[in-house]
Write a protein that binds this ligand. Sequence first.
Ligand code: ZN
Ligand code: ZN
Ligand code: FE
Length: 764
Amino acid sequence: MSCCDPTPVRRRIVVTGVVQGVGFRPFVARRALVRDLTGFVRNDPAGVTIEAEGEEDAVDAFIRDLTELAPPLAHILSVTATPLNMLGTAGFAIRPSAHDGARTALIPPDADVCPDCLRELFDPADRRYRYPFITCVNCGPRYTLITALPYDRPNTTMRRFPLCERCLAEYTDPTNRRFHAEPVACAACGPTLTFRDAAFTPLAADPLAETVTRLKAGEIVAIKGIGGYHLACDPAAPGAVERLRQLKERGGKPFALMLRDQATLNRLVTTDQPSLALLGSVARPIVLLPKRDETLWPSVAPGNRLLGVMLPYTPLHHLLFADGGFDALVMTSGNRADEPIVYEEEDARESLRGIADAYLTHDRPIETRADDSIERIMAHGPVVLRRSRGYAPTPILLDRDYPTTLGVGGEMKNTFCLIKGRFAYLGPHGGDLKYAPVYDAYVAGIERLMRFLDIDRVDAVGCDLHPAYLSTRYADLWRQQGVSVYGVQHHAAHAFSLIAERGINGPLLAVAFDGTGYGDDGAVWGGEFLRIAGATWRRVGTTTSLPLPGGEAAIREPWRIALALLDELFGDALPPLPFLNGLDADRKRMVLQMSRARINTPRSSGAGRHFDAVAALTGLCPVAGYEGHAALTLEMACAEGDSPPYPVRIDDGAVATLSLDDAYRALVADLLDGASPATVAARFHATLIDGAARMVARLRVDEAVGLTGGVFQNRRLSDALASRLAADGIPSICRHSRVPPNDGGIALGQALVAARLHLSGVGA
Ligand code: ZN
Ligand code: ZN
Ligand code: FE
C-alpha cells in the first residue's frame, strides 16, 4: 500500500452524556451512511457504544459529527475512541440495547415541543392535528415521566397507553422521527384532556374551548402541564390577576407571564439576541427582562421593572393561545403559598380548592414534579436562579470520579445533589423545608433520584452547619446509619458550587455576598471573603455586622435593622429621616430597647442585610412583602449614570473587615441633603462594589476570584463588580451560570466538599 492510499481503520467510540431517548442512535446511523462507514451502534449502561470502520479521515470526521451535529436534546459529556482490528463488516446496524451492568446513562430533561411536531399540530391533514400530546424523539417530556432506568416506554408513565398500530409502526422504524420516542402517542391510543369544575367534577364540555371561555371571563384555571399544575388567568380580564394574587396570598411577589410569540415578547419586554435565544431554547425557562411599558397590567409585577416571561412550551399551550387569541397568560406555579407545586390529581383537588375556578387536566401521570426554571441575563450570559424543568437532572461533570455522595442542601430554595462517579446531579427546585409537604417531597425526591441512579447507599453526606435546618437533621438520619456526614459552612458551600460548576482547579478567593448563613463560629454570616483550596475553606475577610432586632422578624421588617443601625451610629440624636415618621411609636421603642439590651438581637454580616438596611433608610422598602423584596426594590430603584461610592474602610486583623460605618454616615447625610432614593440606591451599589474590590486587592495572592451567594442575583452588582475586578487586573473572575448563586446551588458545594474529604480519608 503506498503512502497516499487511504487507510481503513476500525474504532470503538464510547459517547457519554444525555444520549438515550434523544434520537441519538438513528442520528449515528445516518452520519455513518453519509461518511460511508460500516459497523453498529447500541445503547449500553455507559451511554452509546459505536464501532465504526472506514477510511481514517472519514472516521475522524464522523467522530467530530457526533458532537457538532448532535440531535437537539442530546447533551454530550465525553467521546472516547479506541482502535480495534479491522473486521471488514458490511452495512451499519442499530443493535438492541445491552441492559446489564451499572446504570450510568443519563436521564434527559424535559423539552419544549419541536418545530416539526408544531407544524403537524396545526396541519389539518396530519393524523395528529390538534392532538395536545404530540411529541417525537426531539421534543416533549422526559424526566418528569420516567419511573425507572433504562429509559424505555415500560419505565415511563406512558406504559398505561399501549401503542396503536400506526404509532407502533413509527416507533419501531429507525428512519422515523418517532423511532423509540418513548412518550409517542396519538388521539387513538394516547392521553386525553378533561375539563373539571371547581369541585373537580368532569364536565362534558370540549376541554379546550371551555378553558378559553373561562379564562376570557376572568376565571382562574388550574392547567396540568409537564412538571405540575399552573394556575392560569388572563391579565387582560379585569380583576383576574388581583384575585389570583389575593387567593394565593402572594403579597407583591411578581407573577410570570407566558407570552403568545416573539412579536408579543418584543412588544412587552426589551429583548436582545441572548435573551431571545434563551427564551426559545428547548428548556423554555422563565427569563426576567425589562418591561417596555410599566403601566401595562401593573398588578402582574408591581413595583418591578422586570417581568418574568416565557414562551409556550407544550402543544397544549400552543392550542390555548391559538384558540383564545391571548397575548399573554399569567402562569404561576399551582400551589398554595409555600407549598410545593401540585402535580397529582388528588393533590390538585385538595390544595387548589378555593383558588382554582376550574381545572384542565389530563391522564398522563407526572412522576416527578418540576417547576418552571427561572433565569436572568447578565453581561457574561444567562444565570439560572431556579434550576428545575428543562435542566434537572442534567449533571455537572466533575474533575474526577468521586465516592457516591449526597448534598442535602439548605433550608429555603432547597435542592439536593447526588454525586455518582464523575457526575453531580442536582435535583429540581423544592422550596422551603419548614413546610411539611415540601419536606416530604424532598425526601421522596432524594429516594427517587437514588433509585434512578441505582444508588442503594451513599458513602458520604454533606450538610449545612446550621443545627436547626431540617436538611441538617435529615443528614443526621444518615449518620445514624453509619454514613460519614460532613458539615460544610454555608458560604463555603456556595463557593464550592461555583468551583464544581466552572471546573475551577486550584485555589479560589470567593466573594460570598448572601443573605443568611451559619458561620464556623456560630454567628450569622453573609458578607464573606473565603480562601478555598482542595476541600478546605478559610474566612479571610468579612463585612460590618448589623443588628437584627427580633431575628427573623427583622428580615421581614427591614425598618428594624435601619432603626437599630441609626441608634448605634447616632445615639439619641436620631437623624430625622422620613421613614421614621411612618413607624408606630410603641414598636419603635420596643425595637430600640431590644437592640440596646442585645435581647433577641443577633448580629449578621450578611450583604443581604445591608440591602435591607438601605432599602428601609431610603424609605423604599421598610417592610418586605416576600423573600428578597428589599434587595430587588433597591436594585430596581437605582438611578442611571455616574454614582460615586460612599467612603469605606478596611480594618485589618486575623480576619479583615470591610467597615461600612463611614459609608452609612455619608449615606444618611446624603438623604438629609435631599438626595433621592434612586441616587442613594445607586451610590450604595457603588459602595459595595468599591468595598469588595478593595478587599479583594488586599486579600488576594494570585487566585482566581469567584462571585457567589444570593446577593449576586442582582445584575447591577454582579456585572459592575466583575468589570471592576477585571479593570483592576484580575485575570480570572468566575460567576455562576448553570447553577444558581442562591441557596438552590449549595447542595452541589456540600456534596463536592464531602466527597473530597471522604476521598482523602478525613473522618467526619
Ligand atoms: Zn417533536
Ligand atoms: Zn397511536
Ligand atoms: Fe445562602
